[in-house]
Write a protein that binds this ligand. Structure first.
Ligand SMILES: *[C@@H]1O[C@H](CO)[C@@H](O)[C@H](O)[C@H]1NC(C)=O
Ligand SMILES: *[C@@H]1O[C@H](CO)[C@@H](O)[C@H](O)[C@H]1NC(C)=O
Length: 331
């Protein structure tokens, strides 16, 4: 017979587990995750770096999530993912923006084949997350790409949908997320992970702290409260984004503030009609420069071949596709 005290303890543990942060740190430099979370234990529970190995150390309580970036990541994947799992990773991320020619650039069917071969086999040890698609509403991209992928990958054991979002307002983010949650539901997928998001204006670095702070406050509150959001990561844990000159800035402070992740709202998915225009924006030279100079420093520090692989990944990361959306404003 189970004692009342034991039941109470179990209940408390369940409550604590439930309340654990959904917040992630997307990074290129592991040391910046430490800076971000310093003194804020529990604020960030997971991290990823668009790659298959941690490339440094994560702070206690921050679980690394390996990602198979794309077709170029096959070599080394198996040993890297096994290492990550043996060190405590519990989730695996699929390809990075396969719906974009500037990113992983894969057809849904070839992505499904690769997923089945390299990710599905770990379904008994980890929660498998789909390739991360953009918020583009162009036919064949975004959630449309995801649908084709799922049609080809019904036996892939995908447990969560990963999406990226860049846009003009919190209202647009909310509307996109509701659409993503509804689309995932069509495939009996219960969880959506928002693995990159920021205001369009901030892709190359935050332009206006006050605006971004308000945006992030609203976003974090909504994402924390929505029961179908499994995880999220603001773009990203780097200088000019969540940090400035190596210190957490005002926006970063919002991101690591004590979280209240109780699930109160069970928002019903509503279909919002949107006039959408998609444009592809080449990375502004400022961001390319920042990323490259960071990498140069990094490469000087360590000179392993793994580093070289990651450099390629990061370089690809730099070109961002931006989806500009016009959505019905809901106060
Ligand atoms: C599929 O995923 C679920 C949930 O993560 C897991 O429990 C199950 O073992 C997986 N199935 C296979 C065949 O790996
Ligand atoms: C080199 O990398 C290590 C581990 O990531 C870090 O602790 C150290 O500060 C770095 N050194 C320099 C000079 O960047």
């Amino acid at each position: 017979m189970v004692s009342f005290t034991k039941l109470l303890t179990m209940g408390l543990i369940a409550a604590l587990t439930e309340a654990s942060s959904k917040r992630g740190a997307a990074y290129n430099e592991a040391s910046l995750v430490k800076t971000l979370t310093s003194g804020k234990s529990g604020a960030v529970s997971w991290s990823y770096n668009w790659a298959d190995s941690v490339d440094g150390d994560m702070p206690t309580g921050v679980k690394y999530v390996p990602m198979m970036w794309g077709t170029s990541s096959v070599s080394g994947w198996t040993s890297a993912v096994k290492t990550a799992l043996s060190k405590g990773s519990t989730h695996i991320l699929g390809f990075n923006e396969p719906d974009m020619s500037s990113q992983a650039d894969m057809s849904a069917s070839s992505a499904a084949s690769l997923y089945k071969e390299y990710i599905t086999p770990y379904g008994d040890r980890a929660t498998l997350i789909s390739p991360a698609v953009t918020s583009s509403t162009t036919s064949g991209q975004g959630l449309d790409w995801f649908k084709s992928f799922m049609d080809d990958c019904s036996s892939c054991n995908v447990s969560a949908l990963a999406v990226h979002w860049y846009g003009g307002s919190f209202a647009d983010l909310e509307s996109f997320m509701k659409k993503a949650i509804s689309t995932a539901g069509d495939y009996d997928i219960d969880e959506v992970w928002l693995t990159e998001f920021a205001l369009d204006a901030d892709i190359n670095g935050i332009v206006d702290m006050a605006t971004s702070k308000t945006f992030l406050e609203k976003s974090v509150a909504w994402l924390d409260s929505h029961p179908k959001v499994g995880g999220y990561a603001y773009f990203y844990t780097a200088n000019n984004h969540l940090l400035t000159s190596g210190s957490v800035n005002a926006v970063g402070d919002v991101y690591v503030a004590a979280s209240s992740s109780s699930s109160t709202s069970s928002a019903k998915s509503t279909t919002t009609k949107k006039a959408a225009s998609t444009k592809t924006k080449e990375a502004a030279s400022t961001k390319t420069k920042t990323a490259e100079s960071t990498k140069t420093t990094d490469a000087k520090n360590t000179t392993t071949t793994a580093k070289v692989t990651k450099t390629v990944t990061s370089t690809k990361k730099v070109t961002k596709t931006v989806t500009a959306k016009k959505a019905a404003k809901t106060a």
